[in-house]
Design a protein around this ligand. Structure first.
Ligand code: GMT
Length: 374
């Protein structure tokens, strides 16, 4: 198949899922055309089946906001027509699903019927999509798609609850490349961070409010009161200054390191003992799956799709968002030397169920079903 993939190319779960899916499909022999406004972060190598088309976003003095949706729709028309694509797969409804709809209508006038698959990732539904400024367009473009997928049962339920959806939504969970995300020997790194072999706690996110990174600091501060430990924070975003201020307030700066938007997150996870994801909302929690694949147990909230990934008492623990005391108690239980090896083993066993080799064919089947109907 010749498949066009549209996504947000920068750091963020939906872009990562879209890029990894495209890479896996290319490996399976499909021709994959990425259509984005900049090179996807994880697409930094050559493969004969991978193509990249940059969306040109022109700015004119009249435009206070350059119309990205129109530039994307025009690019989609061009790529579908000249590369003879079979199907378009857009990740994150806003504005990709509506741009794809517009491109589809334009192409129809030229006798080309291009099916569109939309994958819902989370905030496009739970935060941004519900906003009255976007809701009618989101509802329309989901319903106008030829296929719709959601990354968890919870996100599917949420979508049906909050929008008038007439389409079937298929749940295809997020996945992990176990060849990349696996525990590696990085003992020198562990020694540098934890010179006295202290347990290492890790959090990865885009530091937005919804991630409750301040809870990570509060939990870590409580852990530190009981045992020596170190915390690594991967990522960056709007809450960074508040988080730094909280570390200073708790006098724990010597035990906390901000690593920024690190690409090789699997190297950090290879030496971690515990991953914390206390999010207010989380449709799936790809970062937690990446941790589990590297044998790291997870303390998470029970928001959204997290219960579909983190098994309470087995791969980690879940608490209500904001329940710092419960999360601290559970973190200390996991970090106990008598418990840690079992949690690590269980985390890896659970991650193996989300192996990309198992999940990618579900998308392939969906494309084929849609093409067969044409
Ligand atoms: O978590 C974010 O803020 C980024 C967001 C995105 O769209 O990139 O992540 C969402 O999609 C990921 C991939 O499907 C999921 O693993 C995340 O759980 C989801 N984030 C939220 O629902 C908050």
């Amino acid at each position: 198949m010749k498949i066009g993939i549209v996504c947000y190319p920068t750091f963020g779960g939906s872009g990562v899922v879209a890029t990894e899916l495209g890479k896996a499909l290319a490996k399976a022999g499909h021709k994959i055309h990425f259509i984005t406004y900049s090179q996807p972060t994880r697409l930094d190598f050559f493969n004969e089946n991978l193509y990249y088309h940059e969306v040109d976003i022109r700015s004119y003095p009249l435009f206070q906001y350059p119309p990205y949706e129109l530039a994307l729709a025009s690019k989609l028309v061009d790529v579908v027509k000249y590369e003879k694509l079979d199907i378009l797969h857009v990740h994150y409804a806003i504005p990709h699903a509506s741009s794809a709809y517009m491109a589809k209508q334009i192409l129809k006038t030229e006798g080309i019927d291009i099916p569109v698959v939309t994958t819902l990732h989370g905030t496009d539904i739970t935060l941004v999509g519900k906003d009255a400024s976007y809701a009618p367009v989101v509802t329309f473009s989901i319903n106008a798609s030829d296929g719709v997928t959601a990354v968890s049962e919870d996100l599917k339920k949420d979508t049906y609850e909050h929008f008038k959806i007439t389409q079937d939504i298929e749940v295809i969970p997020n996945f992990i490349d176990l060849e990349r995300f696996k525990k590696q020997k990085k003992e020198h790194f562990k020694m540098a961070i934890c010179p006295n072999d202290e347990p290492l706690v890790v959090h990865t996110s885009n530091f937005r409010k919804v991630k409750r990174v301040d809870d990570v600091i509060r939990i870590f501060n409580n852990i530190r009161k009981e045992i020596p430990a170190k915390l690594l924070l991967v990522g960056d975003g709007p809450e960074r200054n508040n988080i730094e201020a909280l570390c200073r307030q708790f006098h724990i700066c010597d035990d906390v390191r901000f690593l920024g938007k690190l690409e090789a997150v699997e190297e950090v996870l290879s030496v971690a003992d515990l991953f914390i994801m206390p999010s207010e909302k989380e449709s799936f929690g790809l970062a937690a799956l990446e941790a589990m694949a590297c044998e790291v147990p997870v303390i998470s909230s029970n928001a959204g799709g997290l219960p579909e990934l983190n098994i309470n008492g087995e791969t980690g623990y879940m608490s209500k968002p904001g329940d710092i005391e419960d999360m601290t108690k559970n973190a200390l239980h996991i970090l106990d030397k008598n418990n840690l090896p079992t949690f690590k083993k269980n985390a890896l066993a659970r991650a193996k169920l989300f192996n990309i080799t198992e999940i990618m064919p579900l998308y392939e089947n969906m494309y084929q079903k849609i093409l067969d109907k044409k």
